[in-house]
Every structure is written in structure tokens, then in C-alpha cells.
Design a protein around this ligand. Structure first.
Ligand code: DHB
Length: 388
């Protein structure tokens, strides 16, 4: 098999890249180890930055997003006895839209016209430093395959082969593991809030998010290594009620049937360079952020929104300038979001000493009383322009 761009991974980064390249007139083939059903049912975050909405809409993927996405003005930040709303629209004229990554994945799955080979095994990247890179893999029918290309793009997350195909001698990595995890639930109950609530509490962080008018998404800080079975429904709803301030100023948290629960580890990771020869990395293959602030999907979209026009001008018009600039431009945004996610995470999660707790509360008071501090949070949360 031969194509111009071989894409490893059919998550949002890989499928959006295939879709954007197609619109530019560049052929691609995507290979994915999982089944289509699996990638479309994975539950992930659900907050789209303004620029992510703009990219998806410009790519013709804005139909269901416009109809079902819920544009929020801002977020609530709280700690015991206090809840404050930050209105991003007023502060910076930009905001976010609540629309699940699962829905983005389905929209992409329906729109992509280039081949996507699901259920492949043993994918390997070869000769990235040559003019003729290629992939090898076993297809879903068990046949060995070779896919020749002009460029390979690794959109295969932290467990895929692309990241490790950049030789050790040239790659640099940075990593931070956090001493806590999130227990995330989906519940069939109307959200008890109009906009997201990020709550600092001595028992640990809690977040009230949502997926629709009838589905709530909530998270609790839990110790690393917590088994899901330690958290039966009653314990989850009690902890959420305490941490989110049930009863404060008459606010009530309405519990409901829990339809999904899982524990998520929290990690920051960055690998550079995001390009080695004819191998490019995008999304989680190059960087992982902890979930606080919901930057993971948005970063992946920003990477491929830079990469698609860069590859098109290189492969179709012989101009390598944007492709050469990609690793630097993309990495600047990656570090901005890495800092913001780390900052939100460390401001809101407990477990440090009493001095740390006072610093966190002081920071929370600062962002809810100083317009300059609030604007700094808002600009990062609602997202910087793609090529800032
Ligand atoms: C969600 C996840 C996040 O990490 C976040 O900061 C906000 C919302 C979510 O899944 O809805």
C-alpha cells in the first residue's frame, strides 16, 4: 500500500488530521489498533476551547456541535463557604463549549473519507530519517502489511509506537506524576449547576461537570492506587455533596444513577522534538496533561490544525517552511497548556501541608477578586489562538 501521509492512531488527532488533509487534497491512511466501537465509546473530557470549536466548524464538523454543544460563559470556583463565578465572556470575550470528546469522535468517524484501518496489530514506524518512511503492521484479517508514505504522523497516544520511534539520542522528555488521581463518574441526572464548579476542599478536590441537560459528569480527588470498588454509589454522592457544598446558601446536589465510573491517574509529560525527519508527533503521543482544565483534546486539535496546512504546503507546493516551524510552534503552546494544567491542578488539590493549603486559598481569593488574575485564568482556560 502507498499513501502520502500515514497516520498512526484514529483518536481525535488522527481522524481530524485525515479530515483536514483530505480538504487540502492530500491522501492519507490511518491505522488504529482498537476497533471503531471502542474508540467511539471511550469517555473523555468534554470542554472545547473557542479555537477548537472554530477549527471543527471550519472543517465542516460544526453541525451537531452547534445543535447539542452548550456554550458556557465561564466557571464557578469555590472553597468552603464561598463560591465565585468567573465570567470569561465579560473578562476576555471568549469562552468554552461543553461537548463530549466522545461526540467529537463520532462526528469525525462519520465525516472521514480517507481509509481508516481499525483492529491492526504490531504497528512499527520505519526509516523516519529517510525520504521514504513506512509503516508495517498486521491488519484485522491477520495479513502482514507495509504502508509506504512520504510522511508518518504519530497520533497514537502514550502507549503507541510513534513516541519511541524518535531515537533516544535526540529525544528529551519531561515528566511530573501527581500524588493523587481522579475518580470520574457519569450519572443519569440533570446537572445541579448551570456551569462547571471547581471545588477546593480539605477532603480533596471535586468537580461538577456535565454532558447534557440530563447527564452529569463529576470527579473526586482520590489517593493514587484507589480501587473503584472502594467507592460504592452512596460514598461517592456523600463525598461530592460535602466537597461541593450541598446545603450552602440553599444549593443542593441531586444524586442519580451512576452509569460509568473509573479512576484516572494524573501526569504531565512532554517529549521533544515533535518532528524527527519525516515522523511528526501530535496529541498525546507528544504530551500528556493532567485533566484539570481539560486541555488534552484541545491541544491535540491545535497540533493537527497546525500540521495539516504545513504538510499540504510541503507535499503539494514544495514549501517546507511551515513543516519546519511545526515542532517549535506546537511546543510553545504545549508548554503553555502544561503550565496552566499544572497550575490549576496544584491550586485545587489537597494533600500538602497547612502552609500549602493557605497558599492555595490565597491564590483562589486572588483569581476571584483581581480582574487581572481572573483574566489570566480566563485566557488560558478559554484557550489561546492556534498559532499564538
Ligand atoms: C471535564 C473534565 C475536566 O478535566 C475539566 O477540567 C472540566 C470538565 C469533563 O469531563 O467534563
Amino acid at each position: 500500500m502507498r499513501t502520502r501521509v500515514a497516520v498512526v492512531g484514529a483518536g481525535p488527532a488522527g481522524l481530524l488530521l485525515s479530515h483536514l488533509l483530505d480538504a487540502e487534497g492530500v491522501d492519507s491512511v490511518v491505522v488504529e489498533t482498537r476497533t471503531r466501537d471502542h474508540v467511539e465509546s471511550r469517555i473523555r473530557a468534554g470542554i472545547l476551547e473557542q479555537s477548537t470549536v472554530d477549527v471543527l466548524t471550519a472543517a465542516g464538523l460544526g453541525g451537531r456541535l452547534a445543535a447539542q454543544g452548550d456554550r458556557h460563559r465561564g466557571i464557578h470556583l469555590q472553597w468552603p463557604h464561598e463560591r465565585h463565578h468567573l465570567d470569561f465572556e465579560t473578562l476576555i470575550g471568549r469562552s468554552v463549549t461543553v461537548y463530549g470528546q466522545t461526540e467529537v469522535q463520532k462526528d469525525l468517524g462519520a465525516a472521514v473519507r480517507q481509509p481508516v484501518l481499525y483492529g491492526v496489530r504490531d504497528t512499527a514506524v520505519h526509516d523516519a530519517e529517510s525520504e521514504r518512511p513506512y509503516l508495517t503492521f498486521e491488519d484485522a484479517e491477520g495479513h502482514r502489511q507495509r504502508l509506504d508514505a512520504e510522511v508518518v504522523v504519530g497520533c497514537d497516544g502514550s502507549f503507541g509506537p510513534s513516541r519511541g520511534s524518535v531515537p533516544q539520542a535526540v529525544r528529551q522528555t519531561w515528566e511530573r506524576t501527581y500524588p493523587y488521581s481522579w475518580l470520574g463518574i457519569l450519572a443519569d441526572v440533570a446537572p445541579s449547576t448551570d456551569e462547571l464548579i471547581y471545588a477546593w476542599h480539605p477532603d480533596g478536590f471535586a468537580l461538577h461537570s456535565m454532558r447534557s441537560a440530563t447527564v452529569s459528569r463529576l470527579y473526586l480527588q482520590v489517593p493514587n492506587g484507589t480501587p473503584v470498588r472502594d467507592w460504592p454509589d452512596d460514598r461517592i454522592w456523600e463525598a461530592l455533596a460535602t466537597r461541593l457544598g450541598h446545603g450552602q446558601d440553599g444549593w443542593q446536589l441531586t444524586p442519580g444513577p451512576i452509569t460509568d465510573r473509573s479512576v484516572l491517574p494524573m501526569r504531565s509529560f512532554v517529549q521533544q522534538p515533535m518532528r524527527h525527519g519525516r515522523l511528526f508527533l501530535a496529541g498525546d503521543a507528544a504530551h500528556i496533561v493532567p485533566p484539570t482544565g481539560a486541555k488534552g483534546l484541545n491541544l491535540a486539535v491545535a497540533d493537527v490544525a497546525l500540521l495539516a496546512p504545513a504538510l499540504a504546503s510541503w507535499l503539494l507546493r514544495g514549501d517546507p517552511a511551515l513543516a519546519d516551524a511545526y515542532p517549535g510552534t506546537a511546543l510553545r503552546r504545549v508548554w503553555r497548556c502544561t503550565h496552566f494544567s499544572w497550575w490549576m491542578t496544584t491550586m485545587l488539590h489537597t494533600g500538602g501541608d497547612p502552609f500549602d493549603a493557605q497558599l492555595q486559598l490565597s491564590q483562589l481569593r486572588r483569581v476571584t477578586t483581581s480582574e487581572a488574575a481572573a483574566r489570566e485564568l480566563a485566557e488560558n482556560y478559554a484557550g489561546l489562538p492556534i498559532g499564538f
